[in-house]
Design a protein around this ligand. Sequence first.
Ligand code: ADP
Length: 482
Amino acid sequence: MRVVQVAAELAPVAKVGGMGDVMQGLSRALQKMDVDVAIILPKYKSLPSSGIKHLEVIENDLKVPLYNTWHHNTVWKGDIDSLKVFFIESHDSLGLFEGNSIYGGPHELMRFLYFCRATYEFLSQQTETFDILHLHDWHTAALARLFNPEKTKTVLTLHNLSYPGKCQAHDLQAIGLDTAGFEDPDDPTLCNLLRGGIEYADLVTTVSPTYADEMLRGEESLSPMLREHRKKFMGILNGIDYSYWNPEKDPFLPFHYSLHGVSDQKEKLKNHLRNILSLEKNKKPLVASISRLVEQKGPELIKEALLSTLQRGGQFVLLGSSSEERYQKDFQELKSSLAKNKNVYIELTYNEPLSHLVYAAADLFCVPSHFEPCGLTQLIAMRYGTLPLARQTGGLQDTVVDVDDATAPQRQKNGFLFRELTKEALNQTLSRALDYWEKRPDEWKTLIINSMERDSSWNHSSERYYSLYKRLSARASANEGS
Ligand code: ADP
């Protein structure tokens, strides 16, 4: 079985959030099941030169049309860990892949529409065929229509329905598509790339069962469209790559641990983190949050959790990245106002090495999202024996089981949940969690064991994708035969 994955991100070289992790983890898990996986990515200027091995040009002059002008492209092939990746380098006059970041900038929409058309041209010229084209989010959704939907079997995964990829009819025309199927549900003058993807893909998945339910029952613009196509829509829970996120071997950690000796090693790591972040050395609980700072993630609740933790005599580490000026400014002000406080550390950048250390050293990990398609940070935290304090929504609800949930089996309990989107609800749960940490250390240890024993790997979910691929390719063979 040959599967081509097309996406805007791939960890660790091109990662902004969870989609990059999913591309890496799912692809590696599929490879272990003997699926021949190829990944196609734009050759962003911001790609690091290290981390990609055996990089070579395999196509010198791929021609791609945009607004009736043909542009030149170079196609590269390289290996990232064990994954085979094709990179499309564009020599267009707009510098579509030239910016310093993957998203944003004046050409964001055209960057990915062009990437779709280039991927289409590249794959169409290959003699090696593929069974399944797996697309991710609006950035690559147009490919479900560029290829003949009768002939090419496509899966579209929705990582976040709140980014639909709205555009104008002429944007689609620029890459040779008409607007049929792409009509925006809210505004008849606009097109909607996810809508078109949902229309033309053979199967549509999202990243957790609860988020799938929320989208089907909800009032989102695309909810009616999903209800119409509910037979081909399902939620498959994301996993994390257990070889990358591994407290026993993580190269970013100075000390390693498994379940055995977890408490002692975490204590050492906590002291190490306190040292490098110049935090006070004491016996306080360490609460952390690692997040993009955007509305979805509940920045006002992250701030509240930070202030409440300090008030209760704990320590807080916040690693937040944001491209949104208002949050950047807001948290910068918070950081300045707490500059002298030795019990708090706020870093407003994307910092992969530090994130590993924080996941490993913290006691409690705060994820107060307004909504969360799956969420990976709570899974990573649990893998490192750090208990999640999360809002009961989407994938957080599917993965975190509250310690005081009387209906849940003891062995599944692994954290703390709150439902209402209010500061009061957050604070009550934070107090409950810190009470456990202070007064019930044995129960806390049991929760650590439960969280580390939870299987958050890709094993189960990659099998589900595999059986979807099988089903689709069997359907394709049956069509060819008839
Ligand atoms: P989303 O994709 O919505 O941002 P997820 O929870 O699915 O959220 O995935 C977030 C990923 O990005 C995790 O791997 C997390 O560790 C990482 N991440 C988020 N913010 C930062 C940051 N400031 N520094 C380092 N890693 C970050």
